[in-house]
Design a protein around this ligand. Sequence first.
Ligand SMILES: CC(C)(COP(=O)(O)OP(=O)(O)OC[C@H]1O[C@@H](n2cnc3c(N)ncnc32)[C@H](O)[C@@H]1OP(=O)(O)O)[C@@H](O)C(=O)NCCC(=O)NCCS
Length: 166
Amino acid sequence: MLICRTERPGDGDEIDEVVCTAFDREDEADLVWALREQAAISLSQVAEYEGAIIGHLAMSPVFINGEDIGWLALAPISVWPDCQRQGVATAMIQSVLDSANELDWAGVVLLGDPRFYSRFGFKPALELGLEYAASDTGEQLMAMAFKQPAPSGLVTYHPAFEKCEG
Ligand SMILES: CC(C)(COP(=O)(O)OP(=O)(O)OC[C@H]1O[C@@H](n2cnc3c(N)ncnc32)[C@H](O)[C@@H]1OP(=O)(O)O)[C@@H](O)C(=O)NCCC(=O)NCCS
């Protein structure tokens, strides 16, 4: 049975392996460590199957117009290659969105393919008037507001992301 749960102390190395293997490089795993070390992980979700961690996603705070107003970025998300396309990422995303909403966060942004993320209720951020501060990402910046009114303006990710672009 697939279990989606919050990261626990001691999971870090296993998460690191999943992230490195999914991306086939170390940048995103380094990003997860950097966020963790800077206490910038607001939610960290793992997918566990038969005792092994096979998926991970992190949520970190973003600034909107330079202010922390309770919005989060969902990134990075990783699923062990042999376990992809079986709904693992979908289960983790649904679970973490429920948690974020219950924990009273205001909304979530992410950079990703609209065809994938629209199924969870994400909309192009531009529809809300939100833009990624670092570059023009077109439709790739997606957003979901848990609280109204939703903000508009410039979205800035945590500084740890600057080292992990491209
Ligand atoms: C992206 C990733 C997390 C998806 O995990 P997964 O468990 O395979 O996803 P699911 O099985 O829940 O969903 C699969 C569906 O999402 C789509 N999908 C998955 N990743 C996608 C992507 N990067 N872009 C577009 N569509 C994607 C698939 O086409 C599939 O669609 P379908 O259901 O219509 O066939 C996984 O492929 C991965 O770890 N990739 C490497 C790391 C990465 O690129 N992460 C995303 C950037 S942060």
